[in-house]
Unconditional design. Structure first.
Length: 359
């Protein structure tokens, strides 16, 4: 059973001040403690909610809690720190940041409804010219990450395909009405690799790039929602291999290389996606010179969606810190892609991609 992390505070000492507000619960003095036992947060009925998803000046979408561990207890108590409908102010954002609180907890049954929160913010932003595009891009990014976290966690739940499509549609509508530039998207790269954020980055970049090339709205949406799923096959790869800091053995490498095929098999059997989307997921590691995997397809045998995704996937991989390698700058990433990796990509698309990033 996985250990779960909780913040430890002396409940007896803190109980008197908990009611008076979050500020009184001095989390700087709290220390993290690993709780091992036959429980997970999920079993306790709660799920993590990253603080970064909350946008100042909008109402808190649900009650948010912090798990507090009393001395001698085996299970945490969930203390409400933000209430549904309360305004989330900039002061709150700063206070939580100062306290180094990166995530709160939400009652699990409320999580499914949270995409309404992102919709509401995006609807408000659509009319609001004063909000910087970078902030709008950030909310689109967080909305995508919220869905990616859910769909990676519940791979058998088809409702997330629809939600991924709604997210992709929201991105394309923004691409249509705002000057969302490549920099707004890839500026967020060069961070530590996380499966969810990687999926969002690759997908958003691919959509923005294809929109820039005047692809049809519905094709960009299809590519975008498949992009969110492109690495779903890694759910079936042992995480010790995925996070291994040393070089992989031949067997481990072969194990990872199965992820496009296992994703394809799963998604095809579920009947959630059309042929273009299935090809995108299955072929995103195919290379133009036939050296890719899983099928070793060549040139025009590779679906155009997959060729775009392959470029964006490599760009993100190069510009993100991984356990086994440091990130390079976007400029250096493009140099590598143009030199040692060039035979892997559709030459025409790579040329356009470089132009797009510089636009
Ligand atoms: Fe992949
Ligand atoms: Fe990927």
């Amino acid at each position: 059973m996985d250990a779960i992390m909780v913040r430890w505070v002396d409940m007896a000492r803190s109980a008197a001040v908990l009611d008076t507000g979050f500020g009184a619960l001095d989390l700087r003095k709290a220390r993290k403690q690993s709780l091992t036992g036959p429980v997970t947060f999920e079993e306790l009925g709660y799920e993590a909610f990253p603080i970064k998803f909350l946008v100042p000046d909008f109402m808190v979408p649900c009650n948010l809690y912090i798990p507090v561990m009393a001395k001698g207890e085996k299970l945490p108590t969930f203390v409400k720190v933000l209430e549904r409908g309360q305004s989330y102010s900039e002061a709150w954002r700063k206070a939580l940041k100062e306290q180094r609180v990166h995530e709160l907890y939400v009652e699990a049954h409320e999580v499914a409804e949270l995409d309404g929160y992102f919709h509401e913010i995006l609807r408000a932003y659509a009319e609001d010219e004063a909000t910087p595009i970078a902030q709008k891009a950030l909310v689109l990014h967080h909305y995508g990450e919220f869905i990616a976290r859910r769909l990676f966690g519940e791979v058998n739940d088809g409702t997330f395909v629809k939600k991924a499509g709604q997210w992709a549609d929201a991105v394309v509508r923004y691409l249509r009405s705002n000057r969302l530039r490549a920099g707004h998207i890839y500026r967020r790269f060069m961070k530590n690799y996380e499966m969810f954020t990687h999926s969002v980055q690759v997908s958003m970049l691919a959509m923005a790039f294809c929109w820039h090339m005047n692809w049809r709205h519905e094709d960009v949406v299809r590519l975008g929602s498949a992009g969110l799923y492109h690495d779903i096959g890694k759910v079936w790869v042992d995480s010790r291999i995925l996070l291994k800091p040393d070089s992989l053995t031949r067997e481990e490498f072969a194990h990872i290389r199965r992820h496009p095929e296992s994703a394809y098999a799963h998604l095809a059997s579920m009947g959630w996606m059309n042929a273009d989307q299935l090809a995108t997921v299955r072929q995103h590691h195919e290379a133009m010179d036939g050296t890719g995997y899983p099928l070793g397809l060549k040139g025009s045998e590779i679906h155009p969606f997959a060729r775009v995704l392959h470029i964006c996937d490599c760009f993100d991989a190069l510009t993100t810190h991984r356990p086994y390698k440091k990130a390079v700058t976007p400029f250096k990433a493009l140099r590598i892609m143009q030199s040692e990796m060039r035979l892997s990509f559709d030459r025409h698309l790579l040329y356009k991609f470089i132009q797009y990033l510089g636009s």
